[in-house]
Design a protein around this ligand. Structure first.
Ligand code: SF4
Length: 441
């Protein structure tokens, strides 16, 4: 029997026995069970199957009633983080989502995969005919496109609130402590919940002997809601690889966001997340150009069909010092990204710089896209540029693959060794064809 203290265990025992809570309380008092339970505490296991696994093992022997409210709260927070992080929505827009906002799509007539769309309110710059701000916002004419983890997060939240209610409705996210507030959880509350979630993840990681997976302290303080939107743009712009699951999601986001002229997103022109994405992409491209300039100044040679074009572009791209981005920079960033062929994308996973020109691109970006499909970078593309640093990194990666191959089973080992020798061939091609920058210009 559990610690018979407070309302939780009374509710648990009432639910298990069919007695009402008053009967349980009287029984506990009559028989002095509170003292017995304090001396011999125990769990309140729920008859809910445990399906989650960590490293192939169930993450809990059973789910405990005493922990359930905390777990529900963290589950709601995790779903909120996914919505904030993988839609690019503003916090207010996420807080305005309601159950039923993202129905399963009808199959497309041409058999193409239909996308989940989120229909919701937006608030920024919503005014009436007299120019007064409408605080209630309005239903956004153009829906958001939801990628798979976002749909899952919405489905989780839809199980926590009644149909048609706000997905983050305060009245339904209080769990054990209860909350009679109307409206969605406030931004301050959500920020506190994110901090509490981070603490819980770190405790859980230690308890599961996964100390390498703790979330480090953030030097910039608490993770405010608005930081997710900017982080999404940063990752889309700068991290084509990284963890594969994230790479795929960011890749999808880039495709969805870049199809501005061919999909509903086009109707939003270059406002909102597009402007944020443009700024991050422009900053990343400028960093890449600066690194290329520094490499050739240090005497590195350059190879690849786009080498001359990249060197010319690098010579003309300004260096952005610091990170304070004024509002007006968004327009400059869009103008900088518009011309085809002079924007340099770092692609550390393919060990190259991509001097993106749409017509040359073997990764088949969407029509009108201003960025390559770096996740699907193909050998032999006319946009490729490599420096001596890339050749060195290719050989280092090949050595790592050989080390892995030495401990891998037969077919896997063979594949790893084949990849290693392909990387070395690419490095050799660089060595045999690279020239100093002066010979290219
Ligand atoms: S395939 Fe070509 S355009 Fe696409 S990422 Fe690779 S180098 Fe760039």
């Amino acid at each position: 029997m559990s610690r018979i203290k407070g309302q939780g265990p009374t509710t648990y025992i009432a639910a298990r026995t069919g007695a009402n809570r008053g009967q349980v309380s009287r029984f506990v008092k009559q028989h002095g069970l509170a003292e017995v339970a304090a001396a011999r505490p125990g769990p309140c296991p729920l008859s809910v199957p445990v399906s989650g696994k960590i490293n192939g093992r169930s993450w809990r022997e059973h789910l405990d009633f005493n922990e359930s409210a905390e777990l529900m709260r963290h589950l709601g927070t995790a779903a909120t983080i996914i919505l904030l992080y993988l839609t690019g929505m503003r916090p207010q827009e996420v807080q305005g989502l309601r159950s039923g906002c993202c129905p399963d799509p009808e199959p497309a007539a041409d058999g193409a995969e239909a996308r989940h769309l989120i229909r919701s309110h937006h608030y920024k710059n919503v005014t009436d005919d007299d120019g007064n701000h409408i605080s209630a916002g309005e239903v956004r004419k153009v829906p958001w496109v939801a990628i798979t983890p976002v749909v899952h997060a919405i489905r989780v939240l839809e199980r926590m609130v009644p149909e048609g209610e706000l997905l983050l409705g305060a009245a339904h996210h209080g769990f054990r402590c209860g909350n009679s507030n109307a409206g969605a959880l406030k931004s301050d509350t959500l920020t506190l919940r994110i901090e509490s979630f981070v603490n819980w993840v770190n405790r859980e990681a230690k308890a599961q002997s996964l100390s390498g997976q703790t979330i480090p302290d953030d030097p910039h303080g608490a993770i405010g809601l608005s930081r997710f939107r900017r982080s999404l743009a940063w990752h889309v712009a700068r991290r084509p690889g990284g963890l594969i699951a994230l790479a795929i999601q960011y890749g999808h986001m880039r495709t969805l966001l870049d199809a501005r002229t061919s999909s509903g997103y086009g109707a939003r022109r270059r406002h909102g997340i597009h402007a944020v994405l443009d700024v991050e992409t422009a900053l990343a491209a400028a960093d890449t150009a600066a690194r290329l300039r520094d490499s050739v100044a240090a005497g590195e040679k350059v190879s690849g069909p786009a080498a001359r074009r990249a060197l010319t572009a690098a010579a003309h791209v300004p260096r952005f010092e610091g990170r304070i981005v004024p509002r007006t920079f968004a327009r400059k960033a869009a103008a900088f990204l518009a011309p085809d062929g002079i924007v340099l994308y770092d692609n550390p996973d393919a060990f190259l710089i991509c001097a993106f020109k749409h017509d040359n691109a073997l990764c088949e970006p969407e029509p009108g896209a201003t960025a390559p499909w770096q996740y699907d970078c193909r050998p032999g593309c006319g946009n490729t540029v490599r420096t001596d640093t890339h050749a060195r990194q290719l050989r280092e990666r090949a050595d790592k693959l050989d080390q892995l191959a030495a401990h891998a089973p037969g077919p896997v080992s063979k594949r790893l060794r084949a990849n290693a020798s392909r990387l070395r061939e690419t490095a050799d091609t660089h060595d045999n064809t690279a020239h100093p920058a002066e010979a290219r210009t």
